[in-house]
Ligand binder design. Structure first.
Ligand code: SAH
Ligand code: SF4
Ligand code: F3S
Length: 420
């Protein structure tokens, strides 16, 4: 038996897909990279924007077509859409055999095993060597309680829950034992992590004690909860990377308020200044939504100006997409599609321009990079700020090692360097 898994959505989904794949491998089910070669087809879905759901529907169309000629194929849908509109999916796609909702995610492998008559010959987390990744994701929180007015996550992932700190430590240690060098901690708002007396800072300090772990990253941060104490810890704890993903969404106070983000642009700018003061080489990345209900040209101008002034290390920009049940869905979607596209393009062009300038300014500098992959004699690595660097490989053993590299050339999304 083998499986194909298509993952749409955020790192949390990728993490859950990886875990499911790992669990399936203990049943002797192996992974294939082509849908047409699989007996078990799994789709891990996302509801964040209408477009994300559209992707899932077109994938299911293809899977259903394949199943017509291969009736023994099993089709399984999990993730946020399964939670939101599982019934509708079943009704539209009769070929779907199993829907796994978020609250059942920990039992996903057992449900699939039942469906496909799989026999577990060695259920053990130690099978992790099948996935020799240098970077591993670890989920530390589930759900979200923030109810940003545009966002579907609280409805599809439920209440915010922080996971047991010991479980997190144990999982991270095991991943490091199996070769991971970098751990990325995941939650919708990691700054509000709290398990008993443990807050996010104590959690990171504990994880940093794992021998052989080189780097720690985390996401996503919420500007309303990012504390001075955390900034201080990032500055002093050498394993924590000089990178923070801090979604701004908008720089207009009127729009931030309508989004229920609970901070002003002034507060955001203060955080940027504090971060740069404490960690001079930090790369700040962000998310922006354009065309939120009521966003005038002036509101957009404020966001555009902020992007120009802050000079993010990178950003994701999204056109606002109304989501069912959210508060913003009741606000008139006032910005035309054409105008949303224009604003989207303007932000993207500006941010690409800045990104190229930042990359160019790094030429000649020395960067500490972590070698994540080696392919065709080229090492793919990343700086502490999160930029990709390609380096010629002279020693296969460099995989997973920290290397000091002189940057020789810069392109839009990547740097090229030589090992010192
Ligand atoms: N918890 C994280 C982000 C989760 S979703 C946070 O609060 O930052 C990732 C990004 O998708 C968000 O930051 C936002 O920019 C975007 N997004 C969420 N809902 C959206 C919607 N309805 N339309 C367009 N973009 C949206
Ligand atoms: Fe959505 Fe806001 Fe929660 Fe992020 S913090 S997941 S944007 S509700
Ligand atoms: Fe999408 Fe669910 Fe993540 S809606 S962004 S997969 S939490």
């Amino acid at each position: 038996m083998n499986y194909f898994i298509e993952t749409i959505g955020c790192q949390m989904n990728m993490c859950e897909s990886d875990k499911l794949g790992l669990a399936l491998s203990t049943y002797g089910v192996s992974k294939v990279n082509i849908l047409q070669e699989a007996n078990i087809v799994i789709l891990n879905t996302c509801s964040i924007r209408a477009q994300s759901e559209q992707k899932a529907f077109s994938f299911l169309g293809r899977a259903e077509e394949f199943k017509q000629d291969n009736p023994n194929t099993k089709i399984i849908v999990m993730g946020c859409m399964a939670e939101r509109i599982g019934f509708e999916i079943k009704r539209r796609f009769k070929s779907v055999d199993l829907i796994i909702v978020s609250k059942d995610i920990d039992n996903a492998v057992f449900k699939i095993a039942d469906l496909c008559n799989l026999y577990n010959y060695n259920y053990s987390f130690n099978k992790i060597e099948d996935f020799p990744n240098i970077i591993r994701y670890v989920t530390i929180m589930r759900g979200c309680d923030n109810y940003c007015s545009y966002c579907v996550v609280p409805f599809v992932r439920g209440r915010e829950i922080s996971l047991n700190d010991l479980d997190i430590l144990e999982e991270s240690s095991l991943l490091v034992k199996k070769g991971a060098k970098e751990i990325m901690l995941l939650g919708q708002n990691v700054n509000s992590y709290r398990y008993k007396d443990f807050n996010f800072i104590s959690l990171i300090k504990n994880i940093a004690t794992i021998n052989d772990l080189e780097r720690i990253r985390f996401m996503t941060n919420h500007p309303k909860d990012l504390s001075d104490e955390l900034i201080g810890m990032m500055a002093t704890e050498s394993k924590v990377c000089s990178h923070i993903h801090l979604p701004m969404q908008s720089a207009s106070n009127k729009i931030l308020k309508a989004m229920n983000r609970k901070y002003s642009y002034g507060h955001y700018i203060d955080l940027v200044k504090k971060l740069r003061m404490a960690i001079p080489d930090i790369s700040i990345t962000t998310d922006i939504i354009v065309g939120f209900p009521g966003e005038t040209k002036e509101d957009f101008e404020e966001t555009f100006k902020a992007v120009k002034e802050i000079r993010f290390g990178g950003l994701y920009v999204f056109r606002y997409s109304p989501r069912p049940n959210t508060k913003a869905a009741n606000m008139p979607d006032s910005v035309s599609l054409e105008e949303k596209k224009r604003r989207h393009r303007l932000i993207l062009e500006e941010s690409n321009k800045i990104s190229v300038e930042i990359a160019a300014s790094m030429v000649g500098s020395t960067q500490q990079v972590l070698a994540e992959k080696i392919e065709n004699g080229i090492i793919e690595a990343r700086t502490r700020g999160g930029r990709k660097v390609f380096v010629k490989c002279s020693n296969e053993k460099d995989l997973g090692r920290h290397l000091n590299v002189t940057i020789k050339e810069a392109k839009i999304n990547s740097l090229f360097g030589n090992i010192i």
